[in-house]
Write a protein that binds this ligand. Structure first.
Ligand code: SIN
Length: 281
C-alpha cells in the first residue's frame, strides 16, 4: 500500500497512513525519514508499539542518543516512560515548557519518537512549533544580526541539584539531578539542517540560557523576543493524542512542550531519541 501523507497545517506536521512501523521496507523507511525532515512532525496512528517494537523501529532511524538525568526502562535503556499519575499535583509536568530535547548536549538528538500508551480523555496535548518557519519569518536585518551569534545551552534550570525537589514530586518517573547540568554548550543560534539544508533558528526557551558575547540585559531581551516570536501560533501544530499514536519529530528544527491540563487523569507515553550531530551554521 502506498504511503499517504495528509498535512495537518500549512506550516508543519503531517499524518501518514498506509504504513506499519514494525514492518517497513528499507525504501519505506527512507521515504518516512524524508517526510519527517520535510514536515518536521509526523503522526502515525494505530501503531500501539510495545517497548521492544519502539526500540527496533527507532534504531532503524539511527543509533540511540544518550539519555541524561532521566531513569530509563530496566530492560530497555534507550526508552523512557513519560508518566504523570492521576493523583499527581498540577504544579509540574515533564516537558511542560518549550524546549528541544537535550539541546544542551554537544550533539543533540536528531529525532524523537513518542508513542502513546495511556492518554487522558482530554488535555495532555503536545504542542510543536517550526523553527525553520520562525526563521523564515524574521526580517533581513534580524536574520543578519542572529547569523553570527552563538547561544549558550545549559540544563542548569532543569536538572541541576536545585531542581531535584521539583522532580521528586513525580511518582511515575525517576529523575536524578546532578552538577553536570551546570555545564554549558555553545551552539550557533542559526543552523543549517544537515538533511534538508533549510536554515533553522536553533533556539529554545528551556535550555538557551544566554547569548555568547552579549550583556545580560541584551541577551535577556533577545531571548524574550526569540521566544515570543518562535512560539507564535502561526508556526504551530498541537497534537491531540489517541492511544496507539506514534509521533516522530525532527528535534533539529522544532520546539515542543506538553500541556498540563488533565488533572485527575493518568498519561503515559514512551520516548526514544536518536543521536544527532553537532549543529552547524
Ligand atoms: C517531551 O518533552 O519529550 C515529552 C512531551 C510530551 O510528554 O508530550
Amino acid at each position: 500500500m502506498p504511503i499517504k501523507v495528509q498535512p495537518m497545517t500549512g506550516v508543519l506536521a503531517a499524518e501518514v497512513t498506509g504504513i506499519d512501523l514494525c514492518d517497513l521496507s528499507d525504501v519505506e523507511l527512507g521515504e518516512l525519514r524524508a517526510l519527517i525532515c520535510q514536515h518536521e512532525v509526523l503522526i502515525v496512528r494505530n501503531q500501539s508499539l510495545d517497548p521492544a517494537q519502539q526500540s527496533q523501529f527507532s534504531a532503524r532511524l539511527g543509533p540511540f542518543g544518550e539519555v541524561p538525568f532521566i531513569a530509563t526502562m530496566d530492560e530497555y535503556p534507550e526508552v523512557i516512560r513519560v508518566v504523570k499519575e492521576a493523583d499527581e499535583g498540577a504544579s509540574f509536568n515533564f516537558g511542560g515548557v518549550w524546549h528541544s530535547d537535550f539541546s544542551f548536549q554537544a550533539e543533540p538528538p536528531s529525532f524523537t519518537i513518542l508513542s502513546a500508551v495511556d492518554v487522558p480523555p482530554w488535555g495532555g496535548d503536545t504542542c510543536f512549533t517550526s523553527m525553520s518557519a520562525a526563521w523564515a519569518a524574521l526580517n533581513r536585518a534580524m536574520q543578519e544580526k542572529l547569523h553570527v551569534l552563538d547561544a549558550v545551552h545549559s540544563a542548569r534550570d532543569a536538572y541541576s541539584p536545585k531542581m531535584q525537589g521539583v522532580h521528586s514530586g513525580m511518582r511515575g518517573m525517576e529523575i536524578v539531578c546532578d552538577d553536570s547540568a551546570n555545564e554549558q554548550q555553545l551552539h550557533p543560534l542559526v543552523t543549517r539542517h544537515p538533511e534538508t539544508e533549510r536554515t533553522v533558528l536553533f533556539f529554545n526557551r528551556a535550555y538557551v540560557r544566554d547569548i555568547d558575547g552579549m550583556t545580560t540585559d541584551e541577551a535577556q531581551s533577545l531571548m524574550a523576543f526569540l521566544h515570543l516570536h518562535s512560539t507564535d501560533a502561526k508556526f504551530g501544530y498541537r497534537h491531540r493524542w489517541q492511544a496507539g499514536d506514534v509521533v516522530i519529530w525532527d528535534n533539529r528544527s522544532t520546539q515542543h512542550f506538553a500541556m498540563n491540563d488533565y488533572g485527575g487523569f493518568r498519561r503515559e507515553l514512551r520516548r526514544t531519541t536518536i543521536a544527532g550531530e553537532s549543529p552547524k551554521r
